[in-house]
Write a protein that binds this ligand. Sequence first.
Ligand code: NAD
Length: 250
Amino acid sequence: MRLDGKVAFISGGSRGMGAAEARLFAREGAKVAIGDVLEDDGRKVEAEINETGGEALFVRLDVTSEADWERAVAATVGQFGRLDILVNNAGIGGPSRVEDTTVEQWDQVMNVNAKGVFLGTKSVIPAMREAGGGSIVNISSQLGLVGSDHSSPQYQASKGAVRLFTKATAIQHAKDGIRANSVHPGPIVTPMTAAGRANPEQYRAMLGRIPLGRYGEPDEVAYGVLYLASDESSYVTGSELVIDGGWTAQ
Ligand code: NAD
């Protein structure tokens, strides 16, 4: 199995892509901790993994809180003995025009999507150093690479921040054996995109931007995250894995 003996923490693992990654990692032999503000959904993923031969732990985590992160990492190491992999996956969207965006809306998205990734990374480094190294996978977006009129300025700014924060982490912690890479999904079928997919005009406009002509499935991203989390990518750090149906190719 590709993650045999590894312990992984996935933020935002209660649903969507994070839940797909938690299930896949467990199938590949990892013990998986899920941190999320959605407790009921997270407990369901935890139970499903535990009932199907895996080992999972749900921890209530607001990624904007440093104290929550400290508790979440301590609970994971307490239960599973070590920590090898962090997927900073939790994220939120937001409304869409510069002139209509309030300071509160800007701060909310930047806090979850950018500060949350910083705090998660900062919190796991001691445990990863202790484990002799680790792999951090930060979920950015195709909108962390190119601009778009289909999303908000704060979402795009936050995902651009994740891209370069990942490279800073990769450079600073290579000496600790800690790798850090970013993943850039395009439009994926998750609760985050449900409203847009339900709006025929918006849905058609999005499909028109995707050379493969469809939204991706959560597992199509999870397999890329799995590669970066596993030792198969042992020489890969500071890189960007684009999984976007060709969005950024044009
Ligand atoms: P989703 O809304 O289905 O899931 C996001 C999860 O993050 C939820 O479980 C939510 O509760 C959790 N979360 C939100 N705020 C949190 C907080 N403060 N603390 C802890 N958990 C929190 O979304 P998704 O589509 O699965 O998105 C996963 C990641 O992928 C996000 O970072 C998103 O920006 C990114 N992404 C999504 C798409 C897409 O099309 N769905 C495309 C590119 C990038």
